[in-house]
Design a protein around this ligand. Sequence first.
Ligand SMILES: [Zn+2]
Length: 110
Amino acid sequence: MRTYYENNKESHNETQKKYRLTDQFKANHRHHSALRRARILNNGTEKIDFIDVYKTDPKCFYCGIPLLFNDVEFDHYIPIAKGGSHTKNNLRVSCAPCNRRKGAMSYQMV
Ligand SMILES: [Zn+2]
């Protein structure tokens, strides 16, 4: 494995660099950072396909503006800091301004 890496360093790093630019990487990265926070607080988690969540409703949940996957922020409807779970049901597609505005405040449940 190590020898393989030494011999293929260039192409390995190239591949990694390209992978980091993909939507799949961004999705996984978001998933794992939220997962970590939710685990620490014991709120409940599940495996989430963010691309799937996005495709279900590709616009901001709060202001309704259509969003490209790259501009999407996934918002926890009930913030993890307030006991919300890291599950598909607690996720909303959000634009950056709406997500910032909301922060860790809780919206009333509908
Ligand atoms: Zn918005």
